[in-house]
Design a protein. Sequence first.
Length: 478
Amino acid sequence: MIQSKNYYLDIFKVDVPLLEAVIAEGLRSGGSYADLYFENTSYGSLLLRDGAVTSGGSHIDYGVGVRVLSGEKTGYAYSESTLKADILACARAAAQIADGPCDVNPYGTRNPSRGEPNPAADRYPVLKNWRELPMAGFLPFLQSLDADVRARDSRIRKVIVNLAFSVSDILMYNSARELKYETRPMGSISVSAVFESGGAVENKSTSRSFRCGAEMLSPALAEEMASDIVKGINDRFAARRPEGGRMLVVMGAGASGILLHEAMGHAFEADFNRKGTSIFADKMGTRICPEGINIIDDGTLQGNRGAINFDDEGIPGQKTYMVEDGVLTSYLHDRISAAHYGVKPTGNGRRESFRYAPLPRMRATYMESGTAKADDLIAEVSKGIFVDEFSNGQVQIGEGDFTFYVKSGYMIENGRLTMPVKDINIIGNGPAALADIRGVADDLVVDPGAWTCGKEQSVPVSCGIPTVLIGNLTVGGQ
């Protein structure tokens, strides 16, 4: 959602001459670049337990962050006030932290984007503004969803439905005189259910999150989520822990993309590579996957949780091919890393709020579809495992080693899915796993769940993958 320029200037009680004065104050000690990030975010939430509201509320976060760069030194300060004296004080503090003159660095400003944001190109238009609706107006949808879930299975003992939403007004200005502004919506809803049968207990959760307004709370969404929460629950009760060992693994389309995000995506973020801590730091331009494989980080998916019109440094959102035809072709850059490598920023400079300086972060990370059929990939496996839902992953960026806990999956025996499995880990190495991809299906799914990435600070992301066959991962079982 993009309002007029004056809408944002009025919210933050600033004008362009003041923004210029603050930038000048930040550069007075010799810094080579400075930028301002204003934020006004309204948050709301409602939590239902067994059909009754047990918590809820709303609050506003408001302030400005000032960043000054001197070479690769970063000075950052923020204020919860946007009064002139307070913003100027932030600029002086940031300048002192980044103290000292340096060589002039373009920081992605050689081709500045000074045009005003275009509402016609908005990637997250809003039909029903969260801010303009009473909190009580969301209750009928939540209660209906709760009732629909309970009606699906008599073994359900507890249901939790959680709605969270935010609307953020953003204004940015920098020493290249680039002025950017927009309003970012986000709506997320999650459902968790506890099932009990014969003394055994199973838990199942599902979520949806989109950059859009309250129009997302539709009967179709309720039907979809209620169906998801009971899908496969019989197999959850029947699942057993299999014998472990090294074996072929088929990753199901959609939520399995979290492994791609964690085990590979973070290692493509340019700050890790610029500092030499990523396993991929010396592999630019080299083949890291079989031919035909493309891995993308994308900020352009309309309404997606990871979508951006522009990042938190004012760089336009874009679709970045990290791997093309199996070759590593791009890291994920903010302005600092792009200047270091002498390339254009990729629109991956993101921050949790005005209290934080931006870092290279993912948006929507996925692998493009291949040409195989999912059933054919499974049919190739004489003994292995199929997994479609992960949690609790751990990754070592420097070595590329990863461990993921599998929430649901199946044994593959003689090309067929057989026994459902649980309580297992998938253990491997990112570069080795990428190099050992045996097949990619034509069924890419970008998962719509409420994924949040933590890397010193939290940002909303999404992930996806088609069905993929990988050789020789370790399955931690019995």
